[in-house]
Design a protein around this ligand. Structure first.
Ligand SMILES: [Cu+2]
Length: 491
């Protein structure tokens, strides 16, 4: 694996409208439900009552096995909590059920839902809920405006199957959503969804913090960045790393995997993609018909997609928003680890890796006599000067002008503990390239530094420049030292 590789028109209902609408809409809804029950022979008069099982992402409640409608009671509690956004970065999330995204709700078409929205007494704000699965004013928002320490109840009948977003719609709506107030509700069709081995819940969201990506501490919400649609974080399941490392999704070779994908926004559209997989089926926009053989699917803000695929070969599959800077620089990155036996017919792994020397290339001759001679430094000062140019030409694109690197991609050379601990080893890196995991200043890097075509003299010059800049430990690296270090650190 070398490849490192919302918006239903939110009704801006004023507070006045809520107070007018609450009671009347509740009473009309329940009388409709009674009439429906009387006229529809297929549905028994008294539906059995079921308490909904709610889950935190990435878990999904078990598929529904009932073959009839039920009265489903959903109890969802809003809390405002400080949680981790990234390592060393905290944020005050407003949540449906204690984390972002909100609890996953799973019901069946024609179920009659009795929805309880509780707002924890410690909350500082009133909240409500707009479920896109609801047919009725505000998707429930008009009936659920709930002050801290209060509970509201309304009922709805799930007329349409599909995967739907729910979110808070209390003014300022954008801010409530930006703080994490969204989740998914699945309305299974009467016949159910096709059976699969694994189901997961993945929801993207964009976050707007005062500090830039990675700035430590408790970060306040930044309204201007939200208005500019310029997020500091774009993440799956509420924080950087929520789906990587020990939190990665898992499957075994041969298993079928279904991802319930949502996008809370508030602003961005997701180009959802799994690196190294092709979706056999996508129920695009969370609807009822599937399209097949899809690489990347659009998940609108306030929208969903159901993606399905079979895990054919083992490895790590990376979930990304293919607007790729979001993935590698703002956090929109998850992982699915597939374990099992390889199938070399489907994927061979690397078969050949060798030097490529097209005819007429000067590569073979470097740096032997006959080729244009690189300047030979006669003093440390000259080495520093030549090294500066070499650095700009050969290293700067990755390690950056001040040697600061790019977090998560290119390690720093400035004050690098890895470099300063063993200069000969670093010379080996420059001479032979480097692959695999290393730790630099406490950060892990698992990438590839290419083998560069530099002579011993050039490596001596560029390393002398690097060692004498950006608070590194100084000294002079000579071509002789390079020659020895190259041999000692061959791999
Ligand atoms: Cu809210």
């Amino acid at each position: 694996m070398k490849r490192s590789t919302l918006k239903k028109t939110v009704v801006l209902l004023g507070l006045g409208l809520y107070s007018m609408g609450i009671l009347s809409s509740c009473s009309t809804q329940s009388s409709h439900a009674e009439t429906a029950a009387k006229t529809d022979d297929a549905i028994p008069k008294e539906l059995p009552t079921v308490e909904a099982e709610l889950t935190d992402a990435p878990k999904v409640p078990a598929p529904i096995t009932r073959s009839h409608a039920a009265k489903v009671v959903v109890r969802l509690e809003v809390t405002e909590v400080v949680k981790k956004m990234a390592d060393g970065v905290d944020y005050t999330f407003w949540t449906f059920g204690g984390s972002v995204p909100g609890k996953f709700i799973r019901i069946r078409q024609n179920d009659e839902v009795e929805f309880h929205l509780m707002n924890h007494p410690d909350s500082k704000n009133p909240h409500n809920i707009d479920l896109h699965a609801v047919t009725g004013p505000g998707g429930g928002a008009a009936s659920t405006f709930t002050a801290p320490g209060h509970e509201t109840v309304f009922k709805f009948k799930a007329l349409n199957p599909g995967l739907y977003v729910y979110h808070c719609a209390t003014a300022p709506v954008g801010m409530h959503i930006a703080n994490g107030m969204y989740g998914l509700i699945l309305v299974e069709p009467e016949e159910g969804l096709p059976k699969v081995d694994k189901e997961y819940y993945v929801m993207q969201g964009d976050f707007y913090t005062k500090g830039d990506f990675g700035a430590p501490g408790l970060q306040p919400f930044d309204m201007q960045k939200a208005l500019d649609e310029n997020p500091s974080y774009v993440v799956f399941n509420g924080s950087v790393g929520a789906l990587t490392g020990d939190n990665a999704l898992t499957a075994k070779v041969g298993e079928t995997v279904r991802l319930f994908v949502g996008n809370g926004g508030p602003n961005l559209i997701s180009s959802f993609h799994v690196i190294g997989e092709i979706f056999d089926k996508v129920y695009d926009e969370g609807g009822s018909t599937a399209i097949e053989n899809i690489q990347t699917t659009l998940v609108p803000a306030g929208g969903t997609a159901i993606t399905e695929f079979k895990a054919d070969v083992p490895g790590n599959y990376v979930l990304v928003d293919h607007s790729i800077f979001r993935a590698f620089n703002k956090g929109a990155l998850g992982m699915l680890k597939v374990e099992g036996t390889e199938d070399k017919k489907i994927y061979s792994g690397q078969i050949v890796q060798k030097i490529y020397q097209p005819e007429g290339s000067t590569v073979q001759e470097m740096p032997s006599a006959g080729a244009p001679k690189a300047a030979i430094a006669s003093s440390k000062d000259m080495r520093l000067e030549l090294g500066k140019t070499l650095y700009a030409q050969n290293c700067q694109a990755c390690h950056q002008a001040e040697g600061q690197g790019i977090k998560g991609a290119f390690p720093p050379l400035a004050k690098s503990d890895y470099l300063n601990a063993d200069v000969d080893r670093a010379i080996g890196v420059v001479a032979h390239g480097l692959e695999g995991q290393i730790k630099v200043n406490g950060e892990l890097y698992n990438s590839t530094m290419p083998k560069l075509k530099l002579s011993d003299e050039e490596i001596a010059n560029v390393m002398t420049f690097v060692m004498n800049n950006w608070s590194n430990k100084g000294g002079e690296v000579t071509p002789d030292q390079v020659k020895k270090a190259k041999d000692n650190y061959k791999h």
